[in-house]
Write a protein that binds this ligand. Sequence first.
Ligand code: QAP
Ligand code: CO
Length: 216
Amino acid sequence: MRGADSRRLHTKYSKSQPPPQGASAAARAAGLDARRFSEYLNSNMAIRDILIAPDPRLKTVSDPVDTVDDDLRALMDDMLETMYAAPGIGLAAIQVGVPVRVIVMDLAREGDAPEPRFFVNPEILDQSDTLTSYAEGCLSVPEFYEDVERPDTVRIRYLDYHGKPCEEEARDLFAVCIQHEMDHLEGILFVDHLSRLKRASILKKLQKSRRLATAG
Ligand code: QAP
Ligand code: CO
């Protein structure tokens, strides 16, 4: 995220001087507030539709990425815009209907500078035996939150926004989020970790609100 393109974008944009069309994730990395930035989103910028469960496409196992190129970066930029607009903290490509192994994330607290992160072809190298439980939500399962137990630390390998191989240890909310998002790459939702009864109840309610939304 740091590099030539981010250095060009050090000026803060104001309302009278909006950012250029298609200003990418580099703009955010340079310190633009993504939440203020969202004021400038318009129909030319691609906020994509988020698939809502029980959409069968969410069960797809996503394909590995061959090359991190400009096309893929355009997808990652769109995903980040879509996630910020929602707003959410993590999004997998399949949630916007693209079955490739790509995740975007921003765990920065509201009011703090945004910290967009990109994970291409992520893998878990190692995981702790200790489990921890967190009340998870999901942009594809709107308005439902349930405790899910997962390893509390994972070591991951992935390619970043520029295709550079990276390796690091994820803990706390980062560990929860990366495991939740990596589940999406296998076609797994957090509700798949719940009892059949609880899962069926949530999916039925989502289906019902979908019916009501499309009937009107
Ligand atoms: C996944 O989730 C996650 O129900 C990312 O009405 C969740 O961004 C990782 C959201 C928890 C770790 C812990 C959910 C927005 C956003 C909703 C999200 C909603 C609006 C969820
Ligand atoms: Co999710």
